[in-house]
Ligand binder design. Sequence first.
Ligand code: NAP
Length: 163
Amino acid sequence: MNRIALLSRHLAPSPASAIGGQNLLAGKVVLVTGAGSGLGRAVSLALAADGAAKIVLAGRRRDPLDATAAEIASLCGGSCETLVVPTDTTEEASVARLFEAIRAHGSGRLDVLFNNAGVGAPAVPMDELPVSEWRRVVDTNLTGVFLCTREAFRLMKAQTPRG
Ligand SMILES: NC(=O)c1ccc[n+]([C@@H]2O[C@H](COP(=O)([O-])OP(=O)(O)OC[C@H]3O[C@@H](n4cnc5c(N)ncnc54)[C@H](OP(=O)(O)O)[C@@H]3O)[C@@H](O)[C@H]2O)c1
């Protein structure tokens, strides 16, 4: 069993989100970046299985996001909504559009942000790493996380109750 399958199994409906008999995910809106593959996909499915009301699926490519949305639909049978928003988290305007879509959909609120979208640098000695690769990693893993977190703070501060 690979690591992702193991994680999916570990995160499948579990008491992790139920404390004192209360499901902490019930009714919650969650944004997962990088939701079309790997950990983001596995966590999106686990959140749906654990009772989240809506999962916003973001990533650059629409097809893998649609595939995750279809898996959630067959898992939840209508008890959980998805919103697919193709997004490049390194681009300020793209992240702004993502949050506009969240504001415009249903309750317009966000309770949880899972900042998962990320890339790795090629496994080469540091003296062989092109600065373009360095910048790609920093743009995605730092600036992308900052942009999503900043927008989430703005939305969560303005909503009642806050996220
Ligand atoms: N797997 C591990 O063992 C491991 C270990 C340490 C850290 N991590 C971190 O955990 C996270 C997930 O890893 P993973 O193994 O699941 O990797 P993965 O399968 O490559 O998933 C990364 C996801 O991020 C998305 N993404 C990349 N750049 C993006 C961008 N600019 N804007 C929006 N989405 C973007 C990709 O979708 P698109 O290409 O469609 O945009 C993809 O769905 C990453 O941040 C990774 O660095 C993983």
